[in-house]
Design a protein around this ligand. Structure first.
Ligand code: ADP
Ligand code: ASP
Ligand code: MG
Length: 418
């Protein structure tokens, strides 16, 4: 059996849903678990709902309505009559969401976030399953929350592999077409919904593939495969035909957003190949991540992360930055959920480039100021280049101010102000 993953871009409208069915037909796949994300930008739309729920009740009704109307217009384009049972199924999900928000007493933002944001995937898979049935493609819709068990770290939940594997192996059929949600899980005690981190549907696909010993995983994308740079930021890109697991892990770790970083380790452990292919041209080769050559063709790869923060610390009394100081820094970075992208230290200073994903810069800076002299730059860009030549590094630095450069085997990282 195989695992397919369709991201938000592949199901951003009714045409996307029809195209997904076309991909299943063209690839002639019979036994497959199909992992699906929320449609288009619906996860962002639900993040807005959560934001308004906590901060701006006057806008809240409208943001919730946007989510509902978006799916209704897709339904109207997919089904001939509003008496089709899919309308009731989708309405019921919207009612469930409203009930949760009406009754909720929790002030825990991350908990509420996961309960709300999950409706993106719950709705997309309900629509897809009904649509496939409607056109005569038999399928089973599974609620992934009955299978993927996690801890209660809402928004970044960690998978309990033993329980998850046991549930998937005993209850998920390897035959036929199974549709399920990416990104979601449930914590083991009360079954509250959790999420695996933004863009986590790739990881869901890897979890199913690992547990079911799948023949392969295919991630269907709006690009021909993994390119050596993000085409949104680089005019010239090259398609990578083959990438080793090791190299792909490095690329994903440094932020090549085409593959979620947690996806590769479970696949590598069982040597399950990962294909990244175009949902518009499903029979094209795309990229294969697997055992074998590091990169084919052997080219430099560029990863760009915007809106980073560079924080520089030095000791208040010109003392050396010793382990216990650095230990405190890491403890606080962890407390404020800062994603560390790069660190550099010297005798009396310590610099760290972080992604302020959860808007916690202010409280972190306050904490750091209690122990260090602190300076920082917001809105810096981090370039990571794998297998770079000096000429390429020079070209990137043109017209930019270099703040930090770090070089290790195979990787150059540049923190710059554009
Ligand atoms: P999904 O719908 O599967 O979540 P995303 O929109 O998250 O898809 O990811 C696809 C996008 O990733 C592409 O449109 C492309 O702009 C971007 N991207 C970033 N880095 C790369 C890369 N190295 N190769 C291909 N695409 C990349
Ligand atoms: N829908 C989630 C997100 O947009 C998960 C995913 O698409 O992988 O982050
Ligand atoms: Mg995505």
């Amino acid at each position: 059996m195989k695992v397919f993953k369709f991201g938000g871009a592949s199901v951003k409208d009714a045409e996307g849903v029809k195209n997904l069915a076309r991909v299943l037909q063209i690839t002639e796949v019979k036994d497959v678990v199909v992992v699906v994300s929320a449609m288009g930008k619906m996860t962002n739309a639900l993040e807005q709902v959560v934001h308004d729920y906590f901060n701006d009740l006057s806008a809240f009704k409208e943001s919730k309505q946007h989510f509902i109307s978006f799916h209704h217009s897709i339904l109207n384009n997919l089904f001939a009559t509003t008496s089709h049972p899919v309308y009731e199924a989708v309405n019921n999900l919207a009612i469930e969401l409203s009930k949760f928000l009406d009754n909720n007493k929790s002030k825990d933002h991350a908990f509420v976030y996961d309960q709300v944001v999950s409706y993106g995937e719950l709705t997309s898979t309900t629509i897809l399953s009904h649509y496939l049935s409607e056109i005569g493609v038999n399928n089973t819709l599974l609620d992934v929350r009955n299978f993927i068990v996690t801890n209660d770290t809402y928004r970044e939940a960690m998978v309990d592999w033993d329980v998850t594997q046991q549930r998937i192996v005993s209850k998920v059929s390897e035959k036929g077409i199974t549709i399920t949600q990416g990104f979601l899980g449930a914590e083991g005690k009360h079954n509250f919904t959790t999420t695996l981190g933004r863009e986590g549907s790739d990881y869901t696909a890897a979890i199913f593939a690992y547990c079911l010993n799948a023949e392969s995983v295919t991630i269907w994308k709006d690009v021909p495969g993994v390119l050596n740079a993000d085409p949104r930021h680089f005019a010239q890109t090259t398609l990578l035909n083959q990438i080793s697991y090791r190299e792909a892990i490095e690329l994903a770790f440094y932020g090549a957003s085409v593959i979620h970083p947690k996806t590769l380790q479970p696949l590598q452990r069982k040597e399950i190949p990962l294909y990244v292919k175009s949902f518009m041209n499903p029979l094209d080769q795309g990229t294969c991540v697997g055992k074998g050559v590091t990169l084919d063709p052997m080219v430099s790869c560029f990863i760009l992360k915007k809106n980073q923060v560079l924080i520089s610390l030095s000791s208040l009394d010109f003392n050396f930055m010793m382990e216990h100081h650095i230990g405190d820094v890491f403890k606080w970075l962890h407390t404020y959920k800062m994603k560390v992208e790069l660190i550099q230290n010297s005798a009396i200073s310590f610099s760290v480039c972080v992604d302020n994903k959860y808007n916690t810069l202010e409280p972190l800076l306050a904490k750091l100021r209690s122990a260090f002299k602190v300076s920082w730059n917001e809105n810096v860009t981090l370039y990571t280049i794998r297998h770079a030549s000096p000429k390429q590094v020079k070209a990137i630095l043109k017209d930019k101010t270099l703040l930090v450069k770090q070089e290790s085997r195979g990787t150059v990282q540049l923190v710059v102000k554009e």
